[in-house]
Design a protein around this ligand. Sequence first.
Ligand code: GLV
Ligand code: GLV
Length: 309
Amino acid sequence: MARVLVTRTLPGDGLARLAAAGHEVDLWQEDAPMPRAELLARVATADGLLCMLTDAVDDELLSAAPRLKVVANCAVGTDNIDLDAADRHGVAVGNTPGVLTDATADLAFALLLAAARALPATAQAVRDGRWGSWSPTAFLGHDVTGATLGIVGGGRIGQAVARRAAGFDMTVLTNTSRGGTPLPELLERSDFVSLHVPLTDSTHHLIDAGALARMRPNAILVNTARGAVVDTAALIDALHAGTIGGAALDVTDPEPLPPDHALLAAPNLIVLPHVGSATTATRARMTDLSVDNVLAGLAGEPLPHAVTS
Ligand code: GLV
Ligand code: GLV
C-alpha cells in the first residue's frame, strides 16, 4: 500500500480509484492551497503526489520527500514543477494534456469576443442606468468576423483556437517554436493576438514593451496561457497609453491578482481568475488523467501522460 497526498478536493469520482487500488489517500480538504509548511510536512511520507498548479514542486520539496515516486500535476502546464530537479530525484512527472484543449480554446474565444465588443463594460452600463436610448454611436466595438488573429504557440490549444477562428472567417497567423509567421510580423499584422505557449525561460516576458509597441493601436491581447508570458508592467503602460486597444486575460502575474493591483486600474481590460479548464466535465477528466498517472507511477510503470525536462 502506498500513500498519496492529494493537495485539493477534485470534481468527479477519479480520486475514488486511488483508494479502490488499495492506496491510502491523504486529501487536503480545505478550499485553499496547502500552506507550504503543511505541504512539506505531509509530502515527507508520501509515495505519490497529486498536486495543483498552485503548488511549487521544487528541489526543496523533492528533498523533503524521500519516498516520492510520482508527481501528477492536475494541469497541462508544468511551470510550477522543477523538471530537472524531479529528474535528479528520480521522480516521474505527469500532466493532463488533451482533455482541457477545447475548454481552454472556448474560453480564449469567449475572451476575444467579449473584448472585441466590450461586453463587461457594456453590460454594466445597463445596470448603471446608462441605456438612455438605442444609439447609432454608443457602445461601438470591433468586428471579429474577417479580422486577423495571431496565434502564438502551435500546440493543441493554439490549433483548437485556429479551428474556431475558421468559423469566423478570420485570417489566422501562427507563430510556433518551429517557425510559422515571425513574431514581429504577427504582432504588426494582427487585430487579435492570442497566447498559447507554455511558460519557460524562453517565453518568460515574450510579450514585453517592445512586443506591445509592435501591436496595432486597436489590437486586443488575449492570454489564457500563463501570466508571466506577458510583462505586466509593460502591459499596464500600453493600456494606459493606448498602444494597444485592450487585453483579455485569464492568467496574470501575480496570481491571484490582488483587487488593488495596478493592472486592474488599466482601461479596456478584462481579467478572469484562471478558469480556462473550469468546466465540470473537463475538471473530472483532468482528475482521471492525474489518477492514471499516479497509479502508473506507484506501480513503477511509465506514466501515460509523462512530462520530461
Ligand atoms: C491550467 O492552466 C493548466 O495548465 O492546466
Ligand atoms: C497543451 O498544449 C495542450 O494543448 O494540451
